[in-house]
Design a protein around this ligand. Structure first.
Ligand code: XIL
Length: 370
């Protein structure tokens, strides 16, 4: 009934401004959860920013800690865990009745130095097992889903050479999913990665999912990170990704959506991140320092509309769509992979205002989606 009333309401063009009262989470409530992140890292202590918390609680019904549950923040020393920042987000999620992500247990990035210094394989294995046990136990009943393993694949679908692969062998993914399940059989378990629109990499993810299933090890969902841009991946590639992954039988989630509008140096294949330093301050790589041009804003709006229409079309396969960040002011894209740039990838601008793309999403006519 509520949905019918809302539809009637938004179909009256002259009342368009009253749509501002509608929120993203209400708009998509019959389709999937809508998430955002809360950050905690040095230059972005936004848990102290009331305005951000207001946006997150009003428009979103799921939240991911952008950094604070990662190994370097939650387990910075061999025998020391620090949970206070993650706990703040956990409390916020509970107060606002939000679906909470645990991000992430096993990832090669943002791992403290000491981890790679554990030379003994048995000791390493035990330490990783204990990390998973401590994290999952600490947030039992609070975290709804863990990104158990993040970014384990190369673009060609092979396993990335990480300290986990080196120290624990080819079946480390199976082991860590098993440990997470053993610690909390009720929390949902996911594999999360980027570039899954690339067929080889997608095959790799499907291999991981199927091999866990064949061995009777639980996996509930797969996350498509979705750090995309105005042109790629194409809608067709995104659709194939969703359909192929869903065919494995697990839930598909869009876990880290943002659409960069400035040149993306990842296209410069083979360049190491260190070398991006030389692009810092170069206007070619940071063209919109004083504002997003109108035509780019339009492209961004259209791109978000097309992407969300596709998500709605496949809503039977998609359980959640999470944006990586909240406002353009704090997006990680401003700092990665080139520091100090001005990007516009999200739905709220630097002054915390809703952008045209957000209104466009509120305007989507579900009856026209087939
Ligand atoms: C990023 C955060 O947004 C940044 O604040 C941090 O400095 C680096 O990590 N894939 C992931 C996320 O799974 O955890 C990353 O988050 C972005 C890429």
């Amino acid at each position: 009934m509520k949905r019918i009333l809302i539809s009637l309401f938004i179909s009256i063009p002259f009342l368009a401004c009253s749509q501002e009262k509608e929120t993203l989470k209400e708009k998509f409530e019959d389709y999937f959860l809508i998430g955002a992140t809360i950050n905690q890292e040095d230059y972005q202590i936004i848990d102290k920013d009331e305005k951000i918390l207001k946006i997150v609680s009003e428009d979103f019904n799921s939240v991911t800690p952008e950094n604070s549950m990662k190994w370097m923040h939650s387990h910075p020393e061999y025998s020391k865990f620090t949970f206070s920042n993650a706990q703040k987000i956990t409390d916020f999620a509970k107060e606002n009745d939000m679906y909470l992500l645990g991000h992430t247990l096993v990832w090669h990035n943002q791992v403290p130095e000491y981890v790679s210094e554990i030379n003994d394989k048995a000791k390493f294995h035990l330490h990783l097992k204990n990390h998973i046990f401590q994290m999952v136990t600490r947030f039992k009943g609070k975290v709804d889903m863990w990104d158990v393993v993040n970014e384990a694949l190369n673009d060609d679908g092979s396993l990335r050479e990480t300290v986990f692969l080196e120290m624990m062998g080819d079946d480390y993914i199976e082991k860590v999913f098993q440990y997470a399940n053993d610690t909390d059989p009720n929390v949902e378990l996911a594999y999360n990665d980027y570039n899954l629109y690339k067929p080889k990499k997608r095959e790799g993810a499907i291999r991981i999912i199927n091999s866990l299933k064949e061995k009777g090890i639980r996996i509930d969902a797969v996350g498509i990170q979705a750090h995309w841009d105005l042109h790629f991946p194409s809608i067709k590639e995104i659709e194939e990704t969703i359909v192929d992954l869903a065919a494995t039988g697990v839930d598909v989630m869009i876990t880290e959506l943002d659409i960069t509008v400035i040149p993306n140096p990842y296209e410069l294949a083979g360049i190491a991140r260190e070398e991006f330093k030389k692009f810092e301050g170069d206007k070619k790589w940071d063209p919109y320092q004083s504002g997003i041009p109108k035509n780019i804003q339009k492209k961004l709006t259209r791109r978000y509309k097309e992407i969300f229409e596709l998500f709605v079309k496949h809503h039977d396969k998609i359980s959640r769509v999470t944006f990586w960040g909240t406002t353009d002011k704090y997006t990680w894209r401003n700092e990665n992979p080139i520091r100090g740039r001005t990007d516009y990838p999200l739905l709220f601008d630097r002054e915390y205002n809703k952008k045209p793309a957000l209104f466009e999403l509120l305007n989507i006519d579900f009856s026209k989606i087939k």
